[in-house]
Every structure is written in structure tokens, then in C-alpha cells.
Design a protein around this ligand. Structure first.
Ligand code: NDP
Length: 336
């Protein structure tokens, strides 16, 4: 897929047939449709900012891959992820948000109005931009992982751990997330394996101590996952254990849940020419706000949050972003 790499590309292509000649002008453009984006949309729409929300590749975001959501306040009986995201969308639309299919493929934040290209062809000029593009959990890339998605495979222990109460589970990864998720699960589950590909944990010493001091956690060093097996749901994992330089052996563990904790990738690529990020790519915001290093561009949800990554924290930061955008526009207006 050809991407417009520079502003010159956008200008050149807007003179040709590639980008529609009619530039659309909006007050508030929201990119991303998880809890952060929709909450920003609800607040922005109610503040008369007439927001346009671009849904992205996975409308509804990561929660659409979750089965039951039990920890979002307001749903006493719990709710399944896709239905919850439908509710978010309907609430945003009820106040007039223009929710659209599409993908932001290029952004230019060098001056206001900011330019964002949608699906390589439609140019939007926005007075404010709210980025809520989320982060994508990394997966191992094995076939059976996809097969059991939502039937034993999860990338979020805080979201799904409860369903494995009293059962045996495994967490893959050797970083802080893996250790944190394993200790969280150890409080709920009978036994927790941590599958680590190296012979050491990358996690901080404090996290490691916590893991080693938890009696129902067993760390399997130098193990890799070959496949998951089970009738309909995960019942066992087949691991390959490295033994010395050349030898390896197959190890089977009986588990009901398989949790990925091998890192997340924030979806920030098209903004990194303009926005400050950390080493991994998380957009940096001024603490306590959604403000990025560019006035008028705000970030909320998982794309700027390596720590909490919860639907409710994302929604809260979406509210902040809309309020920050509204105040920004008010200040610009008062300067005229
Ligand atoms: P990290 O990148 O730190 O760790 C990823 C882990 O997954 C590593 O052990 C890595 O192994 C392993 N891994 C990666 N790919 C594979 C694979 N294909 N197969 C098997 N294992 C694999 O990610 P985290 O999410 O743990 O942490 C991200 C950041 O967030 C870190 O800076 C961390 O410190 C921070 N964090 C802090 C917390 C806290 O302070 N409470 C909590 C959670 C995260 P290898 O080591 O071999 O590369």
C-alpha cells in the first residue's frame, strides 16, 4: 500500500486525482474508536465541536476481541466487548458525532489547521485532533493462538483473569507485564506458569522477587510455545524446552488459560514525525492532561498509556482530551 510520506506528497497528490480536491474542514477530528475515542466524541459532540470520528482498522478497538467485560462500571451483570463498543458508538452518535469507516494514513501537524489523509485519498483539515488509536498486543504468531482467541487465549489478565478462578493458566513473557499479570492471576488461579524464552527474567528486580515469592507461580525458563491444544477451548500447551546448545525436548502443560504478555505496540507510526514519543512509540502527554507537544493535538487511551491500559482509564482520558480540545478552541477564539 502506498503511503503519503511527506507534506509534499499530500500537496502533490491533492493536485492530482489521488486525493479528493474538496478539502473537508472540521473543528475536531478524532482518530480511533475504542473507549477513549468514543468518550472523547461524546464530550466533544455535547460541547458543539461537531466531531468527526474515524474508526480505524478495528472498529471498536481491542475490546471487540474480548468476550465478557466485568470491570467497566455501570454494567452490573457484565457485558460482552463488542456489545459494549456498540453502546459507546450509539451514545456518541446520539449527540451528533459523525462516525466513519476509514483509516488515517497520513498526518501533517506542522501548522494549523492540521492535515490528515483518510484512506490515502480524503483530506481533512482539522482545528483540533484527538488521537485515540490504541495499542496492539503482540502475539506469538502461532496458528492455534488465533484459533482459541476468546476461548482460552487472552492478552489481558486484568480483563479476563476472573474467568479462570481456581484453574491453571500460563503467562508468556519475561518482562514487567508478564510478572505483574502472573502475580495478579496467582491470587485467582490454582497455578500459574510463566513461559520465558530466555534463562532470565527481563522484569525489574522487585517484580522478580514478587514472582519468586509467590508459591503457586512456576517459572519455566528457556521454554517456547509450540502449540495450544483442546476441544473448543484451550486444554494444554505444548512447549519446547531448550536443553544446552543443541538439544530440546517437548513438554506438555495442562492449562485452561493462555495469557500473552510479550509487549504492546502503540499505533502511533503516522504521527511520530511531529509528536514526541517514548522509545517504544507511546505518545508523550503533559502529565495530568492529554496535551501533546503540539498545541491543538491531544492523545488519549492506550496510545499514550503503557501502564494502565484499561477501558475505564482510556474512557477517562478520552473525556480529558475532549475538554482539553474545547478549552484550546475557546482560547484560540478569545485571541481573535
Ligand atoms: P517488555 O518488552 O519489557 O517484555 C517483553 C517480554 O516478552 C520479554 O521478556 C521478551 O523476551 C518476551 N517476548 C517478546 N517476544 C516474545 C516471543 N515471540 N516469544 C516469547 N517471549 C517473547 O514488555 P512489557 O509489556 O513487559 O513492558 C513494557 C514496558 O512497560 C517496560 O518498560 C516495563 O518496564 C513497563 N511496565 C512497567 C510496569 C510496572 O512498573 N508496574 C508494569 C508493566 C510494564 P526477551 O526478554 O527474551 O526479549
Amino acid at each position: 500500500m502506498e503511503l503519503f510520506k511527506s507534506m509534499q506528497d499530500i500537496d502533490d497528490n491533492s493536485k492530482s486525482d489521488k486525493i479528493n480536491k474538496d478539502t473537508e474542514k472540521v473543528k475536531c477530528l478524532i482518530i480511533g474508536s475504542g473507549p477513549a475515542g468514543y468518550t472523547a466524541a461524546i464530550y466533544a459532540a455535547r460541547a458543539n465541536l461537531n466531531p468527526v470520528l474515524i474508526q480505524g482498522l478495528q472498529p471498536g478497538g481491542q475490546l471487540t476481541t474480548t468476550t465478557e467485560v466485568d470491570n467497566f462500571p455501570g454494567y452490573p451483570e457484565g457485558i460482552d466487548g463488542p456489545t459494549m463498543m456498540e453502546d459507546f458508538r450509539k451514545q456518541a452518535e446520539r449527540f451528533g458525532t459523525d462516525v466513519r469507516w476509514g483509516m488515517a494514513t497520513k498526518a501533517d501537524f506542522s501548522q494549523r489547521p492540521f492535515k490528515v489523509v483518510i484512506d490515502e485519498k480524503h483530506l481533512i483539515e482539522a482545528e483540533t485532533v484527538i488521537i485515540s488509536t490504541g495499542a496492539t498486543a503482540k502475539y506469538l504468531g502461532i496458528e492455534s493462538e488465533k484459533k482459541y482467541q476468546g476461548s482460552g487465549v487472552s492478552a489481558c489478565a486484568t480483563c479476563d483473569g476472573f474467568f479462570y478462578k481456581g484453574k491453571d493458566v500460563a503467562v508468556v513473557g519475561g518482562g514487567d507485564t508478564a510478572c505483574e499479570e502472573a502475580t495478579y492471576l496467582a491470587n485467582l488461579c490454582n497455578k500459574v506458569y510463566i513461559i520465558v524464552r530466555k534463562d532470565y527474567l527481563r522484569a525489574s528486580k522487585t517484580m522478580q522477587q514478587r514472582v519468586f515469592n509467590t508459591p503457586n507461580i512456576k517459572v519455566l525458563f528457556e521454554h517456547n510455545t509450540k502449540e495450544l491444544r483442546g476441544i473448543q477451548v484451550v486444554e494444554e500447551a505444548v512447549l519446547i524446552k531448550r536443553m544446552g546448545e543443541r538439544d530440546e525436548s517437548e513438554v506438555n502443560i495442562k492449562i485452561d488459560g493462555f495469557f500473552l504478555a510479550i509487549g504492546h505496540k502503540p499505533n502511533s507510526e503516522i504521527f511520530t514525525n511531529y509528536l514526541k514519543t517514548d522509545d517504544v512509540g507511546y505518545i508523550q502527554t503533559i502529565p495530568g492532561t492529554s496535551k501533546t507537544n503540539i498545541s491543538g493535538v491531544f492523545a488519549c487511551g492506550d496510545v499514550q498509556d503503557p501502564h494502565y491500559r484499561q477501558a475505564v482509564t482510556a474512557a477517562g482520558s478520552g473525556c480529558q482530551a475532549a475538554l482539553d480540545a474545547e478549552r484550546f478552541l475557546g482560547e484560540v477564539e478569545s485571541r481573535k
